[in-house]
Design a protein around this ligand. Sequence first.
Ligand SMILES: [Zn+2]
Length: 458
Amino acid sequence: MSGLLIENACVAPVAGPEIRSGYVLVDGDRIAAVGPMSEVPEAAGATRIDGSGCLATPGLVNTHHHLYQWASQGLAQDATLFEWLVALYPVWAAMDAEIVHGAATAGLGHLALSGCTTSSDHHYLFPRGRGDLLAAEIEAARAVGLRFHPSRGSMDRGRSRGGLPPDEVVEPLDAILDATAEAVDAYHDPSFSSKLRVAVAPCSPFSVSADLMTAAAELARSKGVRLHTHLAETLEEEELCLKQTGVRPVEYMEELGWLGEDVWVAHAVHLNDADIGRFAATGTGTAHCPSSNGRLGAGVARVSEMLRRGANVGLGVDGSASAELTGLAGEMRQALLFQRAVNGPAALTARQALELATLGGARNLGRERELGTLEPGKLADIALWRVDGPFAAAVHDPVCALVLASAQPPLARLLVGGETVVQDDELRTVPQDAAGEAGVRAQRRLRRLARERGVNAT
Ligand SMILES: [Zn+2]
């Protein structure tokens, strides 16, 4: 057979028991078999990867991001969410397709190096006349080689209509719906092996009209694609929602038809007991973004309680402007520490944190049949972490060495559909230095274009 055989690794399949010395056999873009070395198949003709000293896990799934923000890191460092948004909207208004391409190349390369094999992106700013921003990030994802779930975001409620963003960065409702339908038609691939699926994602209740939320849900359901938005990120948002609508954010979403198995939201920090019950009952998923929530002082999502009550939770790094240089592997630790700091040491185990980053993420994206565990028949998206280094080898438990260490273990190999994207901590699909430089150029260009518009991006 042709294919790959990872041998002698500790295998943490997430589904089923861990195997201290095991193998993973890959045929084409799928996992063919997983088991202990005592039962390793001959697999003549397969390329062998020695996994000695390594931990094999499913590739990590990132379920919330704004890749363009790679170009605006380090700004408004001590601001609340609303202050931060008000400071950054005018900077972002200067972006163009060249900036988005550079930022996405660097951002996705950085994510791959942190073990991420599938990433979503939430792009919701489309200033007029700046090129095809969605196409730019899709092109970057193809080059880096990650499975990509971009969402066509939108805002239609500028300041003149009681929203938070300046009017110059919002779009008319009809134009949004047309562009969103076009994006789904042009790019969405529903196949099992898909590397590109599109979601519909109005930005947030405080930047989007109720009409757009409702129409977006109808559009997504008519096309069979998923829905995504920001929700319940800060108490300020909750107060604004109560003032403007008379109900709490989750109740507002339910009124608009925005709870369901085809919906996942970013943050969900401020949920009460009833809200968590509605998420669990309706199958609504959450992208938990602990570093961003900490950076903006938003609060700590009730992840332990959500899991206990059967609500799905995945992880997200969120946009890099609110979580500078955040890799996905580190969010497992951040999630675990947040829950334990609030609820005690039994609040979240290392294995639960790994499950959030893998199967939880796959569920958020509607891909639990294809991704999120190492099982025969699933796509061969695999991270191979080196846990035998001179310091890490002192940790008895490889999963603990991955999740609890503040420094991510070296990434020996990252496979997406059986194709190598990272080897020995280096990108193999695009030149790593060039990817980093593309991000730097994007940042410089955005600052220059913002300055030319009279905006101080420092
Ligand atoms: Zn976000």
